[in-house]
Design a binder for this molecule. Structure first.
Ligand code: TPP
Ligand code: DXP
Ligand code: MG
Length: 650
């Protein structure tokens, strides 16, 4: 399938690397590994890219020096772990990356013993690796090493500091944190920490003296544990005198080493070898470049090369699929343009994103109104409570957080916003199944975790016009906490810049009339229902379709109509069935003593792996075909009875 270079093809597992090659061979191994990643990802697309190229040398050095998988290697986020996957027995399957039934795009324990911890959401690696270190200390397995590789972006999350704080307290825990500093998140990294890291990297005096200490360390580190005491006295005194204070990490009892060139694979291997003999919590600060070794990514826009899609590896040209007819916009872009349109008229509107300006299209507002739109770093909890603070002063913050990332800030939503009934508008992008990112990133739970919060309004648009009207309505005076969730990807309206209409809170709408059965939907799956209804007409079935618009407050008038008129009802949601929208409809039915046959379609009570959205909606049975099948089953129709050929579009 894809040809590995002469060295790489001999490496099926890391012990091959350690047994067959010397440290002098590592540059060649790195070059071949990098080329393999470029060869595969340029053709399959649908993957992350720049981050993995940035850690090729680090990956090779880590698997060369440490006895993986006994030594525990934890990748933070894990989008940069393609080299790790290729070196740990998955080279021949790597072309199935993020494809349904193929390998996951992130480290996953069930996929390999070398994937010591499942990741995807950022900033978990230090806590996990510390847990492993303390466990092995307790089990007296003190020969094991525990390494967390965390990026400068991931380091901006509070959880990373919670891990550092605890690790610095566990002085004899054998933990090595590798800070992979490339000054990038998906977009350029932000915050005071970024500036601080730059200071450390550029403070020549500190680094020069550090080199002297480092050489001394190298000479004495063979002398065992007392080398540590000598070294810490020397380097502590020098640092204290030079910087008048140890650096941030040392003040948390970490031994700080670096910054070093993270692309000098031989140098990195030698330093890692030394660090193996220094006990206690250590941090190695590596300077790398995202996209390193592939000039188009190095010289191009690093945000674009974070996940470029298919590209011509020889020319660096990213393949853009040009649609034959005008396509509906992405929901995120409707958000991005609409918030600017609203903010131009309402000076109270502010925009907040935790490190996803391009992903959620708040970058449109950041460009147009830089003093009113904030990228707060990978800090979802802070983003929510920062928004709450803004709201206490009469402003109207639109806090945009991917649905699955919002899971991290559940208490801030409840405790800091809803309990105080503050007027924060939550825009939950990536609501529902997202596709290739898989189980860690599916926004499966927001309808459930938002609808049981008192004071919270929970809405989901069926199309772009509905999204705009919900955003318009949410920014009107004193609406209290308002959540609007919408999916990854495109809507359905090519003409979407329609005039704003204020919605009545909690009011849904009947989209189609029918007599045989009722379908009650929330959000984008209303379009699947429409496609199914068109198809069923061919079989003479007429379906009433209700788009509820709001999960909370739910339109009880409409539901009284549904349960008065119909004895067969289907609910459809791109969300978990447990406690979701369908549960709300069932609760209404029970509370009002209605009796009907209700089938709820949505995400079952299990984790859905990666695939395309269409594949996953079909797998869960709530795409148009799934709805047709359910209607026919409930109406006891022969599933083969259909006048139209082929499947129903989603
Ligand atoms: C909790 C959480 N928030 C946001 C993201 C989205 N995300 C994935 S990678 C990334 C940037 C990570 O930057 P860094 O750690 O520096 O890694 P690099 O890509 O630079 O190698 C972000 C924001 C995430 N995966 N998890
Ligand atoms: C690794 C990570 O968490 C992000 O890169 C995420 O994959 C972005 O998702 P979208 O592609 O839906 O913006
Ligand atoms: Mg980075």
């Amino acid at each position: 399938m894809y040809k590995a270079g002469p060295y790489l093809e001999q490496i099926h597992l890391p012990h091959d690397l350690r047994e067959k090659f010397t440290v002098e061979d590592l540059p060649q191994v790195s070059d071949e590994l990098r080329q393999y990643i470029i060869d595969v990802i340029s053709e399959i697309g649908n993957s992350h890219f720049g981050a993995s190229l940035g850690v090729v040398e680090l990956t090779v050095a880590l698997h060369y020096v440490f006895n993986t998988p006994e030594d525990q290697l934890v990748w933070d986020v894990g989008h940069q772990a393609y080299g790790h996957k290729i070196l740990t027995g998955r080279r021949e399957r790597f072309h199935t990356n993020r494809i349904k039934d193929g390998i996951s795009g992130f480290p996953k324990r069930s996929e390999s013993e070398y994937d010591t911890f499942g990741v995807g959401h950022s900033s978990t690696s230090i806590s996990a690796a510390l847990g492993m270190a303390v466990a092995n200390r307790y089990k007296k397995e003190t020969n094991k090493h525990h390494i967390a590789v965390i990026g400068d972006g991931a380091m901006t999350a509070g959880m990373a500091f919670e891990g550092l704080n605890h690790a610095g307290f566990e002085k004899d825990a054998n933990l090595l944190v590798i800070l992979n500093d490339n000054c990038m998140s998906i977009d350029p990294n932000v915050g005071a920490l970024k500036e601080y890291l730059t200071d450390i990297t550029t403070s020549h005096t500190y680094n020069k003296v550090k080199d002297e200490v480092w050489k001394l360390l190298g000479r004495i580190s063979k002398f065992g544990p007392d080398a540590q005491t000598i070294a810490s006295k020397i380097s502590g005194a020098l640092k204290g005198s030079i910087l008048k204070q140890s650096n941030l990490f040392e003040s948390l009892n970490f031994r700080y080493f670096g910054p070093i060139d993270g692309h000098d694979v031989i140098g990195v291997a030698k330093i890692l070898e030394d660090l193996k003999h220094i006990p206690g919590p250590k941090i190695l600060h590596c300077i790398t470049k995202k996209g390193a070794g592939y000039k188009f990514a190095e010289e191009g826009n690093p945000t674009q090369w974070h996940a470029p899609g298919i590209f011509n590896k020889d020319t660096g040209e990213i393949v853009k699929i040009v649609p034959k007819s005008p396509q509906p916009p992405k929901y995120q872009d409707v958000f991005g343009h609409t918030i600017v349109e609203l903010a131009e008229k309402n000076e109270k509107i502010m925009g907040i994103t935790p490190a996803m300006p391009s992903g959620c299209s708040l970058n449109i507002m950041m460009k147009a109104m830089p003093d009113r739109a904030f990228d707060v770093g990978i800090a979802e909890q802070h983003a929510v409570t920062f928004s709450a603070g803004l709201a206490t002063q009469g402003l109207v913050p639109f806090c945009n957080i991917y649905s699955s990332f919002m899971q991290r800030a559940y208490d801030q939503v409840l405790h800091d916003v809803a309990l105080q009934n503050l007027n924060v508008v939550f825009c939950l992008d990536r609501g529902g199944l997202v596709g290739a990112d898989g189980a860690t990133h599916h926004g499966a739970y927001d309808l459930a975790y938002m609808r049981h919060i008192p004071n919270m309004i929970v809405a989901a648009p069926m199309n772009e016009q509905e999204l705009r009207n919900m955003m318009y309505t949410a920014q009107l005076e004193d609406k209290g906490p308002f959540a609007i969730r919408y999916p990854r990807g495109n809507g359905v309206m090519t003409e979407w810049k329609t005039p704003f209409e204020e919605l009545s809170i909690g009011k849904g709408r009947r989209v189609s009339n029918g007599t045989d059965i009722a379908i009650v939907t929330i959000g984008h799956p209303g379009n699947f229902a429409q496609a199914a209804i068109d198809h069923l007409k061919l079989s003479g079935v007429t379906v009433a379709h209700y788009d509820m618009r709001f999960v909370k407050p739910i339109d009880e008038v409409l539901l009284h109509e549904v349960f008065t008129k119909f004895k067969k009802v289907i609910t459809v949601e791109d969300g978990c069935l447990m406690g979701g929208f369908g549960s709300a409809v069932i609760e209404f039915m029970a509370d009002n003593q209605y009796h009907a046959e209700v089938v709820r379609l949505g995400i079952p009570d299990k984790y859905i792996n990666h695939g395309t959205q269409d594949e996953l909606w079909a797998e869960c049975g709530y795409d148009a075909n799934g709805i047709v099948k359910t209607v026919k089953t409930m109406l006891h129709m022969d599933q083969t009875t259909q006048r139209a050929s082929g499947s129903v579009g989603s």
